[in-house]
Ligand binder design. Structure first.
Ligand SMILES: Cc1cc2nc3c(=O)[nH]c(=O)nc-3n(C[C@H](O)[C@H](O)[C@H](O)COP(=O)(O)O)c2cc1C
Length: 414
């Protein structure tokens, strides 16, 4: 049986190890993690989710504090439509996050940024345009369009000097979504350089309904592969979601995928942004502690650990500081849910909100533990230490395990 290292992902003349670490917002897929994947000859993703916060953490800037100060007058107001992002600051934060990452890049691989359309930021088009253009200005190797259909996203950057030289791809979960994207972007006369096909076992938000279990990645990959061949479209297809061993990956590569995108196995690496106590909970998770629920205000189902502190928490919406999920009219499903609970529980200091979560605050504080379906298998990828905790892994170890392992074996760390 073949192993991942028998294959290469080809972008023109460039050949890469066909392993891509997926974007994991908010700074779970850190620059350090992405840089390791690139150093090892693959592709690593950073994410621009809540980039102002991420820049503050990385570079000691004060973007969030400044925004909160500016909009403090509005904190008690249920109407958040006044809370806008300063586009200049957004560009600056993005350029710092991306630029500093690219400056540190070593080795033959690439670093891409994951750009989610669902981060609507109270001005969806304007903010997405700034995010993508700033990333291109700062020298990102590629942009992966995520969490949305992105029907207008290419058009937002088509006049950018790097529109044709940077790698641009999209994550889809169905052939229909890909067809729509291709039809709507045909006018820009540019095909995506790659298509990530993400199945229902992935972490983060899912491109499926609550009937996600009725779908399977291999079937969707086969369908999209067949479509691309029939249309003579030479676009590398990258499979994602539940690819846990090198052999799982090799099977996709043998069946037409040009690469795999993986994430869950890297959540327990030292380079990952999750705090170590949370990583220990990922290791310890049992299968029945992993659920797909609808508490994300984006409207997409999301997979997470059932013991996530975010579930049921009733924190006051923090849109003046964050506000990444405000739609074009300044609404977020959490605000309505929170206000409903406050009205129903007069005098209660801290209400509980069960149906939605304040995704910005909870992700920012690492209190929403989103994860892939196979998180319960992470304990089998390392050693249990004498104190009962699990040994964290290096990104290099996990990357090489995907690259070289055979027979579904998982190499344990030294
Ligand atoms: C902790 C975590 C956070 C994630 N966050 C995002 C995200 O912000 N944007 C996105 O497009 N995908 C996100 N994903 C999905 C991954 O990028 C990837 O496609 C998927 O999880 C691959 O499946 P695997 O985790 O089973 O390897 C996330 C996944 C995990 C595990």
């Amino acid at each position: 049986m073949k192993r991942v290292d028998d294959f290469r992902l080809k972008f023109g003349k460039q050949e890469l190890v066909p392993i891509m670490t997926g974007g994991m917002g908010v700074d779970i897929s850190t620059a350090e993690l992405a840089l390791e994947a690139a150093r090892l000859g693959g592709i690593g993703h950073i994410s621009d989710a809540m980039v102002n916060t991420v820049a503050d953490r990385r570079f000691n800037t004060k973007f969030v504090k400044d925004k909160l100060k500016f909009y403090k007058f509005n904190v008690a107001n249920v109407d958040k439509s006044a809370v806008q992002f300063d586009l200049g600051q957004l560009a600056e934060a993005t350029k710092m996050h991306v630029g500093k990452t690219m400056e540190a890049k070593l080795g033959p691989g690439l670093v891409f940024v994951n750009c989610m359309e669902k981060l609507t930021m109270n001005a969806p088009r304007e903010t997405l345009r700034v995010r993508m253009r700033a990333a291109l200005d700062a020298g990102i190797d590629g942009i992966t369009l995520a969490a949305g259909l992105h029907l207008g996203s290419f058009a937002l950057i088509e006049d950018h000097p790097r529109f044709r030289d940077a790698k641009l791809g999209i994550i889809v979960s169905s052939l229909r979504a890909l067809q729509l994207f291709l039809r709507k972007t045909a006018r820009t006369n540019r095909l995506p350089d790659y298509v990530v096909v993400e199945g229902p076992l992935a972490g983060g938000h899912l491109g499926f309904g609550m009937d996600w279990a009725a779908y399977d990645l291999a079937t969707i990959v086969a369908e999209i592969h067949q479509f691309l061949r029939a249309e003579h479209l030479d676009i590398p297809l990258i499979a994602a979601g539940g690819i846990f061993t090198g052999s799982d990956a090799a099977a996709f590569l043998e069946n037409g995928a040009a690469a795999v995108q993986v994430a869950t196995r890297f959540t327990v690496t030292r380079e990952c942004g999750l705090p170590e106590d949370v990583q220990q909970l990922y290791f310890k998770a049992s299968e029945d502690q992993i659920e797909v629920n609808q508490i994300s205000p984006t409207g997409y189902p999301m997979r997470m650990l059932t013991n996530s502190p975010a579930i049921g928490d009733g924190i006051r919406p923090n849109c003046e500081a964050y506000g990444y999920l405000l739609d074009s009219t300044g609404n977020c499903a959490y605000i309505s849910a929170y206000n409903r609970e406050v009205a129903a529980n007069p005098g209660v200091k801290r209400v509980s909100v069960k149906d939605k979560t304040c995704l910005c605050t909870q992700m920012r504080n690492f209190d929403l533990w989103t994860c892939g379906h196979y998180t319960y298998r992470l304990k089998d990828t390392t050693r249990k230490l004498e104190d009962g905790s699990y040994q964290l892994l290096s990104a290099e170890h996990v990357f090489h395990d995907y690259q070289y392992s055979t027979d579904h074996k998982i190499a344990l760390p030294d």
